[in-house]
Structures are given as C-alpha cells and as structure tokens.
Design a protein around this ligand. Sequence first.
Ligand code: M6R
Length: 617
Amino acid sequence: MCGIVGYIGHRDAYPIIIEGLKRLEYRGYDSAGIALYNGKTLHVSKTKGKVSDLEARFETKASKHGTVGIGHTRWATHGVPNDINSHPHTSNSGDLVIIHNGIIENYESLKQELTARGYTFKSDTDTEVLVNLIEDVKLQENVKLGQAVQIALNQVIGAYAIAVFDKNKPEEVVVARLGSPLAIGIGEKDNEFFIASDASPFLEYTKDAVYLEDEEMAIISRKKGVKVRKIKDDSLVPTYVQKLQLNLEQIEKGGYEHFMLKEIHEQPKAIRDTYRGRLLRNEAIIKMAGVEDNMKKFLNANRFIIVACGTSWHAGLVAEYIFEDLARIPVEVEYASEFRYRNPVINENDVVIAISQSGETADTLAAIKLAKSKGAFVFGVCNVVGSSIARETNAGAYTHAGPEIGVASTKAFTTQITVLTLMALRLARAKGTISSSDFRKYLLELEMIPNKIEKSLESDAHIKIISDIYKDSNNCLYLGRGFNFPVALEGALKLKEISYIHAEGYPAAEMKHGPIALIDENMPIIVIATKKGHYEKVVSNIQEIKSRKGKIIGIVTEGDQQVKTLADHVIEVPETLEFLTPLLTTIPLQLLSYHMAVLLDKNVDQPRNLAKSVTVE
Ligand code: M6R
C-alpha cells in the first residue's frame, strides 16, 4: 500500500517523480504529494485525490524546480484521506521531510512522548510522528540524519519503507525498509539515484537497482553513492546491484483502454511463459527445480496447507481440487489472515504452499513466518521476482505472468493455477497416482490451453452485450461445482471489486440451502455448466433457477444445446479436461465484470478503497 518515489541527481526531479507516482498509483490512490528542494527552499505540495490532481495543482500554483525530491501516492491507514494527512510530512522545524509506506504501530505512545517534549502535530498520521521522532533524536543526540533515522527506527514497532530528506543536508536522501519494498536505481552517471517502491518509475533511466532487504537502510549521497547499513546495529552491508529484466513496454497499456483488459488478453502468453521450460511434452516430463529439489518433503507430507488472500486464495481452492484429484494429497486451504491468528496445528510433516501475486501481502507473509516457526516446509508461488514472500519461503516457483498493474487480479490467477497444476501433475507422476499415458494426455491438453483462451477471448463483443443488459443489477449470483466452484467465487469477487455490484459465489448445490430465496426476475445468475464433471446436476440447478424466474447466464462448453434451451444467455468456452476447465471458464467472468464496470463508468484499474498489494494486515 502506498507508493513512494524519490530522485537525487542533476535532472529536474519533478517530472521523474510525477511520472513515477503515476506508475505506482496501483499501490494506493487516495492522495498524493511531492517535496522538492531547489537549493534554497523546500517546497511541499500535497492534495487529496489522484496524482493527476496533484499535477493540476502544480500547473497553477506550485514550483516545479529542484534536482532532489520525494513523492508519495497514498492508501490511507491512519487518518482519513485529506490534504493534511497526505504525504510528505514535515518535522516541526520544517527541516526534515518524509514519505512513508507502512504502519507505525506504537505511534500513539511515541506521539505522547513527543507532545510532552513540546512537539505539535497537524495531521492524524503515524508518519508525522516518525519524522518528528527522527528530528528529536537528531537534536537530542546531535547526530547526522542517517544516524538519527537509524536510532529512531530502533524505537519503532511496525512496517515501513521511508525516504527522508533534510534541507540542511541537501546532498543526500536516507531510505529504510522493514516489511515494505524499496528499490534504489543507480543512474548511469554516478551522481544520480532513484528511489521507488518498485523499479517501474526509473526503468527508462537505469536497469541497475539495489533492493533493500528488511531491516536495512541506505544513505544515498550525490558524492558518496549508496551506502547500505543494518538498522539494528548500523553495520555496513555490501551493496548488491541487480540488472533489471523488466522493460517499459510491460508496464504500459499497449493500446488497451485499461490495464485490466490488457492483462486479460495477455493470459495466453502469460500461461505459455509460465509453463515454458517446465512442461516438456516431447520428453513427457515436468521440470520444476523447487519441486525436484524438495521431492522428499512433498512426497512425505501428511498434507498440504495452502495460505493466501483474495484471488490467490481462490487459486488455492482450485489447486485443492487438483492436488487431491490427481496426486491424492490431502489439502487444506486457509485465508492467511485467519491462519496466522488461529494457533493452527502444524508441524514439520506439513507442507505449506503460500500463493501471492505481489509477494508482499502482509497476512500471507505472517502466515509463512508462523508455519516456518513450527517447522513446516514452506513453498511459495509468487509473481513478483525477489519479493518478500519469494525470499521468505524455503523454495518456490514463480508464475511468469509479467507485471500485473490492474488492481483486479486476472493473469495472476490463471498463471497461479498453471503452476499449481504443473506441481500436481509432477507429484502425481512421482506418486504413481496417474498413469504415464494419462500424464502425456494431460500435458498435451495443458499445452493447448493458451490457444483455447484465445478462442474464449473472441466472445468479448457478445459478453459486452450481456454486460449492458445486467449492468444495473443490484446483485448477482455466481454458481459452480467441483473445480469450478472457486471460479464462481472469483467471478463474484471480480464483479464486486470493480463495479461495486454486490455479488456472491456459491457451490451450485448449496443454492437450495439459502441463496435460492434471493432469486426473482431481477437476479442475474451466472452458472458455470461445462460438459465435464457434474453437468447433469448443474442443469438441474439451472432448472430450479428457471422455475423461480431468475435470469441465467450459462458458461458452457462449445456446442452445448441443453443449457442453451434453458438459459437467457450462454457464453461458450472450448472443451478441455475437467481439471483444466477453470483456466477457461474464468475468462468470460473476467470480461463480464470488466465490461459491466466500464459501462457503469467505474475506475476499472483503480477501484475505490483498494490497493494492489496489501502490505498492512
Ligand atoms: O498479491 P496477492 O496475490 O497476495 O494479493 C492478494 C489479494 O489482495 C488480491 O488477490 C486481491 O484480492 C485482488 N484485488 C483481487 O482481484
């Protein structure tokens, strides 16, 4: 949550920071601000609203000058989104300025101590407390900014990525991280540095980046370069510069109206990238280093426990069906936020699989730490390379979906299912729970999924027409069975988060235990009724809906006739093996929610109250 950007060098900082904030807006977008130092004065400008509102303010009022600056796009935690609570925050003297992503949990007690010493506060934020704490340490201990930050952070409980600037020391910016990501871009010329929550703001300037680890800080100086130190004891850490693989094209809309639409259409490629080098059909093998290297742990496990949040949790539910069906391994799927506080019974014979697109979700990270502390082996399925979860897990497999920027997760979901399916197939083969001929057949079918998604995407115009009919509904019900029950949950989540229409996902057979009471002629019900699996049973559920006048949108297998006669609309997907159907049935549900939200004029990529990576619990 929250995006931070900074620059120190020879160029104008303003355009770099503004453009950088726009790229980080997926992290939070309820207010934005910039501090620029022009050699004489420190100019802070901030506002409630989006980065574009901040930009508009600069067009009329604010000074854009300065070769050093820091900027912030906020997802509010402490204090409502308003101008005053927006970052940057300035210390009482006006000398120090800070941007912060995270939460200072003990800010109340720190605030009381500082208030007792005469400090005053304008905002309701924890961040203003932190900048004044740093100032207080600096004055009391008579130390430089870097040391003051280090001493202050040792008094802080919570999570942070911060950048702090002192106008009396304009040659440097101090940054630090604990639990929230922070990257430093090293400019091609030695005296230029970029700071950001991820590398996207500085991709066009440099491919060299230093990623701070938790509990590290860095003093970034025009003259002395980047010096990384441990927050705990101030010891020096060797600086490791990584070459970025990301390019600008991957983080641009590429002609699509929204990132979400681009990402929906990228799924065939994303899935191919995810199984490339892993699914070797001609040799009939699946190669996944993280699985091979830990095969004993997987095969000897009592059970798998999958922990995740949101869409990643839905991918975990699909995986539960797949692991149990193919590899006959018992699986439990847990919300990371519940698991971490439940005192779960877990030991060294359990394998925990943590799923996360961002790799930064605070609850999932905490669940991993808990599982590790109890001796479990933890395997990560992440999209963001080098993310906290990728680093915290014992082993893992990346989804190669590329950057996902739309807040509503799409290609992350289908690539997570792809990785988990590959794992299930590999383990099933190792355990002998599927025959070698079935294994070959499954590999072939999995390899064909991207082409079948391309075919499913051709229904886009048809789905847009259906979306127009139902866009004004107050409620929607999504029903599915077996492998497609989690897809129903995912479809409902997609609709809720971007169109703000209330939606529920249910196992189709559960409908008669309650939700059926909701059905009348105003209720659209999206029913996943593909040919394989429990088709006849789902058809009976459709009959039950029809007799109560509900509006039925059937997601069916190509050529289906039976549902067509009952449903108000059908959307076809190509035929595939039952356990692979989620990879296809998901596509029309993504498009349906996308079109409804666009027709309702909602902000698809930045839905209200949400942020892409949830780094607070
Ligand atoms: O980055 P993660 O996969 O850990 O994120 C988990 C959820 O926050 C995320 O899936 C969220 O539910 C999405 N907005 C859903 O579209």
